[in-house]
Design a protein around this ligand. Structure first.
Ligand code: SF4
Length: 639
């Protein structure tokens, strides 16, 4: 139970070996400290994993967590997180998803579900108004994602004698066959990263459905409604959230990345792709986009619908366009749309699949691993993806990811990963703050968990991407801010609205130039805010999140407390990963990005990682080994 609104007041630990559900104690003090979503999941993993577990052990936990804003009508607030020990990285990780499962999990009466154990045989679990039912999934095993979802809906409708409105998470063949980067799918949306689908597979868990009649209460309905209205207006009138994302989707970034040398090309050997126009957001909008789509309660609707075999399906995001485009030297947009669909159907992360493929192409070219996979040669790749998902032939090896392959065959310097997770599509040698973020990110090569500084370094603002000045502090504050936004259940794209519109509308104006020049010097100010967030004991219209949490939950939230929650989340995730061996040694990038300039004539077009790392640890108040001290953990109330 809880005294706070927005929550259902119930977290359940489901032991699938024993088929037993019990309430997990999660107090209001925990809610104040960790709010929900990924932060909540990290604390649960911190409290329950010793550091000895492996991803596929029955003792590993899966935590599916929602935020207090989910289901309350707050803008873009229906995202949920799937967290676990990752088979790709061997450390804890989290994957955020825009599907409808979080919304329905709350309707079923739960804020979060923790899964432990292993089903004896393939199983799917039904949750209805807090009740759990186990079903045989033998007939579903082997099915692709949409076929599974249809079969589940049919089974539910038949069992209940009516059409059941529900949310689902399901895996495809990749998860069943323990592909280390298998995804969990909710509708067409993916919790794509870090192999959460393979953890489901290791537990013989094909799917979970959730349905029910409960809805979260809102603490101050009038204030919350007025706040939503104003916020939606601001989102709709902002150049990024109101124009670029609805018009071009995330794909709209391809062209800016090309201009700034940030578009991963030929396995990150280059930052610009000659054929970029053919795979840009503009081309997608003009040639293939059938309509815009979006997650529940989202006014931005950044997702695309494209035709594949005459059927409208989810279109590719920027990551997929970049990594299955220039990064393998492919300029066939229709082909990327088809692969995107096929990978979703197989339940496989497009980023890690594409990153592993690019490594294999280069390894083949260099004679390290002769597979016939070649840059620019795209024929037969659909079959390769099927083979990965079913672990057949070379697919069995590709299913291990680029880190393990480079350890076996050589070519570590061009295996583009951090902590075992393949990087997103932003080439960081022209945005060194993003490079730092990739290296220090708790979950590995993730642009978002890394602080997404590229949005300051060319994709939103125009801060010098080559200077390391100020980047460590900015990386820290951006990481904490994004952690905090995600905790409530909101989409990180809403944070684009934080950037003042006038800077984006007139990027070459004197004011924008001055702001861009000043930002790298803000490090000391950022550090003071991090040390003493209590000084920010107020709210500002520019940052609507703390107010939203206050109106919804009844917590007294302000900017300082909000950022502190984000910092706590980042530290608890680091602390649990320390048990699995993470330290400064693991905060690294492949030599291609740190030692080899993107432009041989400009030696600074590389990521000066070691220099920035030291400053980053100092800013975070971590030890030289890159870990939070006991004192730090106590100060944050984690211990
Ligand atoms: S901005 Fe895009 S990803 Fe985010 S909630 Fe909206 S539709 Fe989903």
């Amino acid at each position: 139970m809880t005294n706070y609104c927005g929550y259902m007041g119930k977290v359940v630990l489901l032991d699938v070996s024993e088929r037993k559900a019990e309430n997990y104690i999660w107090t209001d003090l925990d809610r104040e400290k960790y709010i929900g979503g990924k932060a909540m999941a990290s604390k649960i993993l911190y409290d329950n994993l010793s550091g000895k577990e492996k991803a596929f052990d029955p003792e590993n936990l899966i935590v599916i967590a929602t935020g207090p804003l989910t289901g309350t009508g707050a803008p873009s607030s229906n995202r949920f997180d799937v967290s676990s020990l990752s088979p790709l990285t061997g450390i804890t990780s989290s994957s955020n998803c825009g599907g409808n499962f979080g919304h329905y999990l709350k309707k079923a009466g739960l804020d979060a579900l923790i899964i432990r154990g292993k089903c004896e045989k393939p199983t799917w679990v039904e949750i209805e108004n807090g009740e759990f039912r186990f079903h045989d999934a033998a007939e579903l095993w082997g099915m692709k994602v949409s076929e599974t979802q249809k079969a589940l809906q049919k089974a539910l409708d038949a069992a209940h004698g009516r059409s059941v409105r529900c949310g689902m998470v399901a895996i495809g063949p990749a998860g069943e066959n323990l592909v280390r980067y298998a995804s969990v799918m909710s509708g067409e949306r993916a919790a794509g990263r870090a192999g959460m689908g393979a953890v489901f597979g290791s537990k013989n868990l094909k799917a979970i459905t959730a349905a029910g009649d409960t809805i979260p209460s809102v603490y101050d309905k009038d204030k919350a409604a007025a706040h939503h209205k104003k916020w939606v207006q601001a989102i709709r009138s902002h150049p990024l959230t109101g124009e670029q994302l609805p018009k071009l989707g995330t794909a709209g970034l391809v062209s800016s990345m090309q201009v700034h040398g940030l578009l991963s090309t030929r396995n990150y050997a280059k930052g610009q792709f000659e054929g970029f126009e053919a795979v840009s957001g503009e081309a997608l909008a003009e040639e293939l986009n059938l309509s815009n789509n979006g997650c529940l309660s989202c006014p931005i609707r950044c997702s695309r619908r494209v035709p594949v075999d005459g059927k409208p399906v989810k279109g590719p995001e920027l990551e997929t366009l970049g990594l299955l485009g220039g990064n393998i030297e492919n300029a066939d947009l229709e082909q990327i749309c088809r692969w995107n669909y096929e990978l979703d159907e197989l339940g496989m992360d497009t980023i890690s699949t594409a990153g592993t493929l690019a490594w294999a192409m280069e390894a083949n070219e260099k004679g390290l691993w002769k597979t016939g996979l070649t840059f620019g040669q795209t024929e037969g790749l659909s079959q390769v993806f099927e083979d990965i998902a079913h672990r057949r032939g070379i697919g069995d090896e590709l299913a291990e990811g680029s880190k393990r392959l480079s350890e076996k065959y050589g070519g570590k310097e061009f295996a583009i990963h951090s902590k075992g997770m393949e990087l997103a599509a932003y080439e960081p040698r022209r945005a060194v703050g993003q490079g730092l973020g990739y290296a220090v990110a708790n979950r590995g090569g993730c642009h978002l968990n890394g602080g997404y500084l590229v949005v300051l370094e060319g994709l939103g603002l125009n801060v010098n991407g080559q200077t390391p000045r100020g980047k460590a502090d900015l990386c820290m504050v951006m990481q904490d801010l994004m952690e905090a936004i995600s905790m409530g259940g909101q989409c990180l794209f809403t944070s684009y609205g934080v950037f003042p519109a006038f800077l984006l509308k007139n990027p070459n104006g004197a004011l924008a130039k001055t702001v861009n020049a000043v930002i790298p010097y803000l490090g000391p100010a950022v550090r003071v805010l991090n040390k003493l967030p209590e000084i920010a004991c107020f709210n500002l219209p520019l940052l609507p999140y703390p107010c939203e949490l206050s109106y919804t939950t009844g917590m007294k939230m302000n900017i300082g407390k909000f950022i502190r929650c984000g910092e706590r989340s980042y530290n608890v995730e680091r602390a649990v990963n320390a048990r699995f061996g993470v330290s400064a040694e693991n905060d690294k990038l492949p030599k291609r990005l740190t030692d080899m300039p993107q432009d041989p004539k400009r030696p600074n077009t590389r990521v000066p990682l070691e220099q920035m790392k030291k400053t980053y640890y100092r800013a975070r108040g971590w030890e030289k080994n890159g870990l939070p001290s006991e004192k730090k953990l106590r100060r944050l109330g984690i211990r």
